[in-house]
Ligand binder design. Structure first.
Ligand code: AMP
Ligand code: GLY
Length: 426
């Protein structure tokens, strides 16, 4: 079978790498892919990003299954288009993808279906938003309603920061958020304390199979300082998700979400990613939904997945996920993101990359913002590489990941030195 992976990040490199190992896969296309997928002899890059052109390509090439990486394509209706043309694709429809593409949709959905999340109000009026902040006090969290590539959220520790965020998002849109229909809106919500975890499941519209748990590191700098990013590293499993927390998440968040979406007439198919905040009592709340795999969570998760990913996705698109059980490597996987200088505000690009280690069973370099020009690998985006390793413990996985990246060079490279720190302390 030929398969097609849509996207160009580290997530897509890891999905394509794993699909290429599946028994029944004859060819893996990645559209548009990156320098790493270009170099891998088992993968073929396709220089397409337009939804219709992608569907034409899938028909021409007799692609059996398409998997969607990024949220932008989902919000653009890629799943609706492929399905309308009789193509098998794994991901949510445009309507179901609103769980991620509209924070207001997601919050209203959670309220209606009793899914634990932070208390909130939605505003489009600037003066009303400012007044609400004065009434609530700080800390408080301000979120743009539309897709913002991780940049539309301000966790304001002071009232002044909260007012500034309202102006930045709502009044003058300095944030550059893609607003949804009806114009600029913000969600203002209660600050939640606790530890975050990423809980990702596969859904076929009715049934759910949870993937291994993971934890991301959103801040740019060591000790969780600096600005928020798309994610500077991740590891799996996340020890904060104990068996007890896992059961609560399934029964209070995941299953009611899938049932609620079906009841609302927008059945959810695809990867559903609940970003959790778990408080000191072990109570999980939903910080956000993503309607896709996480990046960089996918990289460590795919390194631990022993089951055949193609068979799994065929079940997911046939509606037969019930009874499917996944096999996991019991080792820990940990990935360190190497980002371009200037990331996240203004990443440099076009710098030569050298010193990549050879990939092995226990250590892989997944590419994201890279491109190959005349055989030379160059940086081409904010997050450049994710160096991912397996180990018997968090410490061992961490050691191998950091040992593997010591010789990697490019101008301005930045990475965190403490990926996995919460799990090491436990
Ligand atoms: P989001 O894009 O909704 O995931 O938010 C980005 C990051 O902001 C999250 O990963 C959290 O670290 C933080 N955050 C979002 N909402 C809250 C909240 N209600 N309380 C505390 N932190 C939050
Ligand atoms: N790593 C966070 C995300 O994929 O949204």
């Amino acid at each position: 079978m030929k398969v097609l992976v849509l996207g160009s990040g580290g997530r897509e490199h890891a999905l394509a790498w794993k699909l290429a190992q599946a028994e029944r896969v004859s060819q893996v296309f990645v559209a548009p892919g990156n320098g790493g997928t270009a170099r891998d002899p088992l993968l073929t890059n396709v220089p397409l990003t337009d939804v219709r052109a992608l569907a034409d390509f899938a028909i021409e090439q007799k692609v059996s299954l398409t998997v969607v990486g990024p949220e932008g394509l989902l919000a653009a209706g890629v799943v609706d288009e492929f399905r309308a043309r009789g193509l098998r694709i794994f991901g949510p429809t445009k309507a179901a993808a609103q769980l991620e593409s509209s924070k207001a949709f997601a919050k209203d959905f959670m309220k209606r279906h009793g899914i634990p999340t932070a208390a909130y109000e939605v505003f489009s009026d600037v003066a009303a938003a400012h007044a609400y902040i004065d009434a609530q006090g700080a800390p408080i969290v301000i979120k743009a309603d539309g897709l913002a590539a991780g940049k539309g959220v301000v966790v304001a520790m002071t009232i002044a920061e909260a007012h500034e965020a309202i102006d930045w998002i709502l009044a003058d849109n300095g944030s550059g958020v893609v607003h949804n229909e009806g114009g600029a809106r913000v969600v203002i919500e209660q600050f939640l304390a606790g530890e975050e975890a990423s809980f990702i499941v596969l859904c076929d519209g009715k049934h759910v199979v949870p993937l291994a748990t993971s934890q991301d590191h959103k801040r740019l700098l060591d000790h969780d300082e600096g600005p928020n990013t798309g994610g500077m590293g991740a590891y799996s499993p996340a020890p904060v998700v104990t068996p007890n927390v896992h059961a609560k998440v399934m029964h209070e968040i995941i299953l009611p979400t899938i049932a609620g979406m079906a009841r609302d007439g927008v059945p959810f198919t695809g990867f559903l990613y609940a970003g959790l905040m778990i408080d000191a009592q072990g109570e999980p709340r939903t910080v956000e939904f993503n309607t896709r795999m996480g990046d960089p969570e996918t990289q460590p998760i795919m390194m631990r997945l022993k089951s055949d990913l193609l068979e799994l996705l065929l079940h997911a698109t046939d509606g037969t996920l019930d009874g499917v059980e996944l096999q996991w490597d019991r080792r820990v996987a940990l990935g360190v993101v190497m980002a371009a200088g200037g990331y996240p505000q203004q990443p440099r690009s076009g710098d030569a990359i050298s010193g990549l280690p050879a990939d092995s069973e226990a250590a892989m370099v997944f590419h994201a913002g890279t491109t190959e020009v005349d055989g030379q690998l160059l940086t081409a985006g904010g997050r450049v590489l994710c160096v991912t390793a397996l180990g018997e413990s968090v410490r061992k996985a961490q050691q191998l990941a950091y040992d593997s990246l010591v010789n990697i060079q490019f101008e301005g490279k930045q990475y965190r030195h403490d990926i996995g720190h919460r799990a090491v302390k436990r």
